[in-house]
Design a protein around this ligand. Structure first.
Ligand code: ZN
Length: 313
């Protein structure tokens, strides 16, 4: 009797089918469980690699933040940006050529007197005093269009001083509302100076300084946009304290003298406004004190390495 068709054959068939029915699902189940473990491992590995990428990005961002202060302005201005930000498209004529900073290290004592918020009815007095001492200074001005102010802008330039942008409106909450708003105000002042004097100002000073409570959310974006356009801004390291209510001439003179400390290069903050007659009247004494301390005077011109609160060279 052949094997096929025998009782043994049918027994084997039944056993095989039973085996397949019972064993096969278990095998598949085991395979799925093992497989899912492998998948989980892969997922885990993937998430690990995502984590490390994120960490790399985080440390890159930290690197950028940590080293932003040390990055040269040239590097900042050519950082590639994937999307051109809309305000970068504004005012195609609001660009100036940045000069190279003179990196001559010397122990020579130099004082840069700076006057903010003019023109005013004391500007001509200030200009006469500076002429008497044969000193050049820097004026960060605001927008005015009365006859005296137009004359003052021109006098500042004609007498060889630096005329620079402060702000058109000088209203903090408006200009620091956004980078766009700042540019709108800056452009108005920039064009006003250019139209009145024929000089394109390449320096500016932020109202309230480069970091203040009004621009704290936008100052980094704002500063890099201004640097990208070629402008140089100057804060100060010595203040005359003339903006303090009730400051006397003696207070102002003393504030400058006390502020000298160990600095060889000082940028002195003073104000040029109708309410600051004490400033112009204390100016001769301030100048003489600085001369006695061994300082010579100069104007800011864009080659002077800036003193900045936000970014330092
Ligand atoms: Zn000001």
């Amino acid at each position: 009797m052949s094997y096929f068709g025998s009782v043994k054959f049918f027994k084997h068939i039944i056993i095989s089918v039973a085996f397949l029915i019972l064993i096969f699902p278990y095998s598949v189940l085991i395979y799925i469980i093992l497989g899912s473990n492998i998948d989980q491992k892969q997922v885990y590995n993937t998430s690990e690699s995502i984590n490390s990428t994120t960490q790399d990005m985080l440390s890159f961002n930290a690197y950028k933040i940590l080293h932003a202060n040390q990055m040269s302005k040239e590097v900042l201005s050519i950082l590639p940006s994937k999307d051109i930000i809309s305000y970068q498209q504004k005012y195609k004529d609001l660009y100036v050529e940045r000069k190279n900073f003179s990196n001559v290290v010397s122990n020579e004592k130099i004082a840069y007197l700076t006057f903010d918020d003019g023109p005013s009815n004391i500007t001509l007095d200030i200009l006469d005093i500076l002429d008497n001492y044969k000193i050049k200074a820097t004026f960060f001005v605001i927008y005015k269009d009365d006859d005296l102010s137009l004359k003052v802008y021109k006098e500042i330039v004609n007498r060889g001083h630096t005329l620079a942008v402060h702000s058109a409106s000088h209203i903090y909450k408006d200009i620091y509302n956004s980078v766009d708003d700042y540019l709108d105000d800056f452009y108005k002042m920039f064009m006003h100076i250019y139209e009145v004097t024929g000089v394109k100002p390449n320096l500016f000073r932020f109202p309230g300084g480069s970091i203040n409570s009004y621009n704290v959310n936008i100052y980094q974006e704002l500063i890099s946009e201004m640097l990208r356009r070629g402008f140089v801004y100057y804060d100060w390291n010595v203040t005359s304290g003339d903006a303090v209510k009730g400051a006397t001439k003696e207070d102002i003179v003393k504030s400058v003298s006390n502020g000298l400390r160990e600095y060889n290069k000082i940028i002195v903050l003073m104000h040029d406004s109708a309410t600051k007659k004490n400033t112009s009247e204390s100016l001769p004494k301030i100048i003489e004190n600085l001369q006695n301390e061994g300082f010579r005077f100069d104007k800011l011109d864009g080659t002077v390495s800036p003193i900045e609160f936000g970014y330092s060279e």
